[in-house]
Design a protein around this ligand. Structure first.
Ligand SMILES: Cc1cn([C@H]2C[C@H](O)[C@@H](COP(=O)(O)OP(=O)(O)O[C@H]3O[C@@H](C)C(=O)[C@@H](O)[C@H]3O)O2)c(=O)[nH]c1=O
Length: 180
């Protein structure tokens, strides 16, 4: 990892990776266990998955509740998204606040999201592929979210392509956060 950038939300980091370009294309390493441990980041990932989304899609804001809550490492291997993390930890100085990132394959950056934060993204390119690494496996009964419109991100609007489930989440104000 080249740089670990702090954000205004404690525990949320933007990771900048070395990217090697040559006549064939490029090479980027996204995870190195010792590097994560030396920087105090959790590295015990249990599952990895990716999604492919069209321009104008919004997915989120998602998280898993305790005891199946997890750390998430997210990066884009095709296209460009506006990535958003919302702090749901009641005792955090940034409870209820969000941070945004331009996450792209070209930039080669990654976002480290601690337990207790919700995650979502809006697709800006024709197509975007997002890869996730998580420290607990998928648990449908703990997998939930908050409604996109309750997090006042100016770039989000009702024209977005969004799932039925995402459109029926509680608002941030009404959601009783289980995170401390
Ligand atoms: C997340 C997940 C979904 N699924 C299933 C459930 C459903 O039928 C289908 C699509 O699920 P979703 O609509 O939740 O997919 P998606 O909206 O892409 O969910 C993702 O959103 C972003 C914002 C995140 O942060 C991710 O952690 C994840 O929650 O895949 C799994 O089988 N395993 C999984 O780990």
């Amino acid at each position: 990892m080249k740089t670990l950038r702090k954000t205004k939300i404690p525990g949320v980091y933007e990771l900048i990776n070395n990217q090697f370009n040559d006549q064939r294309g490029s090479f980027v390493k996204k995870f190195h266990e010792n590097d994560f441990e030396e920087n105090g980041l959790q590295s015990d990932f249990k599952e990895q998955y990716f999604s492919v989304s069209k321009k104008g899609v919004f997915r989120g804001f998602h998280f898993q509740t305790p005891p199946e809550d997890h750390v998430k490492l997210v990066y884009c291997v095709q296209g460009e998204v506006l990535d958003i993390v919302v702090d749901l930890r009641k005792s955090s100085p940034t409870f209820g606040l969000y941070v945004t990132f331009d996450l792209s394959a070209e930039e080669g950056n990654s976002i480290y999201i601690p337990k207790g934060c919700a995650h979502g993204f809006f697709v800006k390119s024709e197509q975007a592929i997002l890869v996730y690494n998580v420290t607990t496996v998928y648990s449908p009964i703990h997998d939930t979210g908050i409604h996109w419109s309750s997090v006042k991100v100016p770039e989000l609007n009702s024209e977005m392509i969004i799932s039925e489930r995402d459109n029926h989440f509680d608002s941030l104000e009404n959601y009783k956060s289980p995170f401390n």
